[in-house]
Design a protein around this ligand. Structure first.
Ligand code: C2E
Ligand code: MG
Ligand code: MG
Ligand code: MG
Length: 286
């Protein structure tokens, strides 16, 4: 039996999916939305100073009728190959805004945005529609952009993002340090938040040189007025070290992995469990 290229971890980088499979996945993805195969999971983000949950990142999940679970690393690049990602991105924004509006204690929700959504100029309209339909305050939304997008940016993109930021929406540079970082770009686009890629965190506590890199990123980020968030925090030593260095927030399996929306209850989120005797904010679905 040949390896299932979707499940085999070495083959899922979409560039390695053969063209036939890519085409089939793209076709299936078009119907996945109406078939209800796509869902969002949410991963908590925690303030390092006091361990309180400050919000959650929405992450797409695809349960394919025949193939089972297909990871975002396989299907997001496929969707990004066409305007499908624009429609998908709009759907994600509406879903997340609605879920967050119904959960006022959840804090700020982060949505990953693809370059094509921005370059197609669809993003501002999608954001406004999602906020208007749900009633979610703009201050409770964050958009996460990757460095690959920043590579293509021009003054028009910067102006579009600045208008969103001026509405109160947080703008994060995702996966910082994963390979394409340019420090100049941090100044050219109106970011409010810097998310450090898990590759910078994975080997911590690590060596003196690893710490030197983190200190430099911290100083740069804070000098630019950015909120610094570490991704992929899996161990208590990493949390303690990042807290000691003065990083603001963290995300990772240590605090909780991505979970379905019904599992998003204060009791299950770090720092949000209601004090004894206070009324339960909401009940978990069975
Ligand atoms: P990302 O935005 O950098 O999301 C973080 C990824 O790290 C998620 O993978 C998450 O499940 C994983 N993760 C969380 N905690 C840990 C940890 O402690 N250790 C490690 N090693 N990993 C951790 P996931 O869910 O497979 O998503 C992969 C990527 O797919 C995301 O990376 C994002 O770039 C993209 N993606 C997911 N949902 C969407 C979406 O709605 N729209 C777009 N455009 N892209 C999305
Ligand atoms: Mg992200
Ligand atoms: Mg990331
Ligand atoms: Mg990523």
């Amino acid at each position: 039996m040949p390896l299932n290229p979707i499940r085999h971890p070495m083959a899922i980088a979409a560039g390695q999916l053969d063209r036939g499979l890519r085409r089939r996945l793209a076709a299936d993805l078009r119907t996945a939305l109406v078939r209800g195969e796509l869902t969002l999971h949410y991963q908590p983000r925690v303030r390092l100073r006091d361990g309180e949950t400050t919000g959650a990142e929405a992450l797409l999940r695809w349960h394919h009728a025949r193939r089972g679970s297909v990871p975002p690393a396989a299907f997001i690049p496929v969707a990004e190959g066409s305007d499908l990602i624009v429609a998908l991105g709009g759907w994600v924004l509406r879903q997340v805004a609605t879920a967050a509006a119904a959960r006022p204690w959840l804090g700020r929700v982060s949505v990953n945005v693809s370059a094509r959504q921005i370059l197609s100029r669809a993003l501002p309209g999608q954001v406004e529609a999602a906020l208007a339909e749900s009633g979610l305050p703009a201050e409770r939304l964050e958009l996460e952009l990757t460095e690959t997008l920043a590579l293509q940016e021009g003054p028009e993109v910067a102006a579009m993002l600045a208008r969103l930021r001026d509405r109160g929406i947080a703008i994060a540079l995702d996966d910082f340090g994963s390979g394409y970082a340019s420090i100049g770009r941090l100044r050219r686009l109106p970011f409010t938040t810097l998310k450090l890629d898990h590759s910078l965190i994975a080997y911590l506590p690590g060596q003196a040189a690893d710490l030197a890199v983190l200190r430099a990123v911290r100083d740069l980020g804070h000098a630019l007025g950015l909120r610094l968030v570490a991704e992929g925090v899996e161990r208590p030593e990493q949390r303690d070290l990042l807290a000691g260095l003065g990083f603001d927030e963290a995300q990772g399996y240590l605090f909780g992995g991505p979970v379905p929306v019904d599992a998003l209850v204060p009791d299950a989120l770090p720092g949000l469990a209601p004090a004894a005797g206070s009324p339960t904010v909401t009940a978990a679905c069975p």
